[in-house]
Design a protein around this ligand. Structure first.
Ligand code: NZQ
Ligand code: ZN
Length: 388
C-alpha cells in the first residue's frame, strides 16, 4: 500500500439557500468578478438572476462570459483568460456543470501567464498560479467542483486533453441540490454514468489498498444505482438529488485514491470519442464501461469483479467466481441501458470504425500499458469495435 497526502481544501456550502453566502465568499478575493456560464440553462431556471442579485448586494463589479460549450473549447478558455487580463479580474465565478467549471479553471490559470493556455494541455506547460475560482454547481456529474482537473477540446487538432494542478482547485463550491431539479432525465443519466465510472476507474485496480476505501466506493456506487432512477422520474426529489450531488464530488476529489496511482482506462478512451464526435461524456462512458469490463476479465482480474458483483449488485456470493463476474457485467449493462435508458452502442450514434485506429493510438498513449489490465492500441481498438 502506498502512502498518500490528504489535502482537499475546498470550502463547500451544501444545501438549499446557501447562495446567501456567495457575496461574502467572493468578496474575500477582491471586487472584480468574472461570471462564467454555459448555453443559458441558468437564465431559464432563474439562477442567473439570483446570482446577479447576490453579487450586486455585495457591491462587487460583475463581468460575464457566457456560451461555454459542453466539451468546452480552447477558444472559450482563451477569451476568458484575456478578459481576466484586460479587466483585472480578482475572482472567477463558474456557474454550471463540468464544462463551465473546467473551462474556468484554465481561464484562471491562463490569466497568470503570457502564453496560449492550450500549451497547458498540449505541452503540459507548468501551472503554478491561477486566479481564485468559486463554483456554483448545476449538474451532478464530473466532480469538477471539488477536484483540480479539467478537460478541454481543441477542434482544430481533434484533441480533448485533461490536466490537473493544485492551483486550479476551486476555493469555494456551492452545492445546492435544488439547482439540479431542472436537469433533464437524459443529463441526469449521463451524469450518473459519469460519476459511477469515476468510482469504477479506481475500484478496478490491482494496487493494494485500504478495505475501508473499497467499502466507501461500493457504498457510493450503490447510492448511484439507488438514486439515479429516482431523480430521473422525480426531478425535484431532494433526497435523490442531494445524494447524487455529494457522490459526484466525493467520487473524484481524490479521497478514494488512497495512494493508488494506476492510470484510468475508460476516461482516456472516452475522451477520444467526444473529441471527434462531440458526444456527451457520460454517454460515451456508459457505452464503453461494460465492454471494457468484459475485455479485462481474466483469472488475474477476477477477484475485483466478484467483490463488485456481490457488494454493489447483491449477486449471490456462493456462485462460481466467474459466474458472479459475468452477472456483474450484465447488471452493469442493465443499469446503464435499461434503468438509465442510455443508448448502448456507438453505431446508434452514427459512429463507425473510420477513426478507431487513430483514436486507439492516442488513448493508449495515456499510460494504458500500466492500467488495471494493460491495454495496447490494438486492445483499445478491439474495445471500440465491441461498442459498435
Ligand atoms: O450550457 P447550459 O445551458 O448550462 O446547459 C448544460 C449543458 O447543455 C446542461 N445543464 C447543466 N446544468 C443544468 C443544465 N440544464 C438544466 N438545468 C441545469 N441545472 O447540461 C448540459 C451538459 O453540461 P456539461 O457541463 O457539459 O456537463 P458535465 O457536467 O457532464 O460536464 C462534462 C465535461 O466535463 C468533463 C467532460 O469530459 C466534459 O467535457 N470532465 C471533467 C472532469 C473533471 N473536471 O474532473 C472529469 C470528468 O471525467 C470529465 O471528463
Ligand atoms: Zn468522467
Amino acid at each position: 500500500m502506498n502512502g498518500f497526502i490528504y489535502n482537499i481544501p475546498v470550502k463547500v456550502y451544501f444545501g438549499e439557500n446557501q447562495l446567501c453566502h456567495l457575496g461574502e465568499e467572493l468578496s474575500k478575493f477582491g471586487s472584480r468578478v468574472l461570471l462564467t456560464y454555459g448555453g443559458g440553462s441558468i437564465k431559464k431556471s432563474g439562477l442567473y438572476d439570483q446570482i446577479v442579485a447576490e453579487i450586486e448586494k455585495a457591491g462587487l463589479t460583475l463581468f460575464e462570459l457566457s456560451g461555454i460549450e459542453p466539451n468546452p473549447r480552447i477558444e472559450s478558455v482563451r477569451t476568458g483568460a484575456q478578459i481576466c487580463k484586460d479587466e483585472h479580474i480578482d475572482v472567477l465565478l463558474a456557474v454550471g456543470g463540468g464544462s463551465t467549471i473546467d473551462a474556468t479553471k484554465f481561464m484562471a490559470a491562463g490569466a497568470c501567464v503570457d502564453h496560449d493556455p492550450w500549451l497547458f494541455l498540449s505541452e503540459r506547460a507548468p501551472i503554478e498560479k491561477a486566479l481564485p475560482i468559486v463554483t456554483v454547481l448545476t449538474l451532478s456529474a464530473t466532480g469538477s467542483e471539488m477536484d483540480n482537473g479539467g478537460v478541454i477540446s481543441n477542434p482544430e487538432t481533434q484533441d480533448k486533453l485533461g490536466r490537473g494542478a493544485a492551483a486550479m482547485l476551486p476555493k469555494v463550491s456551492f452545492l445546492d441540490p435544488t439547482i439540479t431539479y431542472s436537469v433533464s432525465p437524459y443529463q441526469t443519466a449521463c451524469g450518473s454514468a459519469d460519476m459511477f465510472n469515476h468510482i469504477m476507474e479506481v475500484y478496478f485496480n490491482t494496487e493494494q489498498d485500504l478495505y475501508m476505501l473499497d467499502c466507501f466506493m461500493e457504498g457510493m456506487m450503490k447510492t448511484i444505482v439507488k438514486y439515479a432512477p429516482i431523480a430521473m422520474k422525480e426531478p425535484d426529489n431532494y433526497e435523490a438529488r442531494a445524494n447524487l450531488m455529494w457522490t459526484s464530488s466525493w467520487a473524484i476529489n481524490g479521497f478514494v485514491d488512497g495512494g493508488r496511482t494506476q492510470p484510468w482506462s475508460c476516461h482516456p478512451i472516452e475522451h477520444e470519442i467526444s473529441a471527434i464526435y462531440d458526444i456527451t461524456h457520460g454517454l460515451g462512458l456508459a457505452i464503453l464501461a461494460p465492454r471494457w469490463l468484459e475485455y479485462c476479465l481474466d483469472e488475474t482480474t477476477l477477484p475485483r469483479y466478484v467483490s463488485y458483483g456481490v457488494n454493489v449488485f447483491g449477486i449471490d456470493a456462493n456462485l462460481e467466481p466467474m459466474e458472479i463476474a459475468h452477472k456483474a457485467i450484465e447488471k452493469t449493462s442493465e443499469f446503464l441501458f435499461d434503468t438509465l435508458s442510455l443508448t448502448s452502442t456507438l453505431g446508434e450514434l452514427g459512429i463507425d470504425d473510420t477513426n478507431f485506429k487513430v483514436m486507439a493510438e492516442k488513448a493508449a498513449s495515456h499510460g494504458l500499458d500500466h492500467a488495471f489490465k494493460p491495454l495496447s492500441a490494438e486492445d483499445v481498438e478491439n474495445i471500440f469495435k465491441m461498442c459498435l
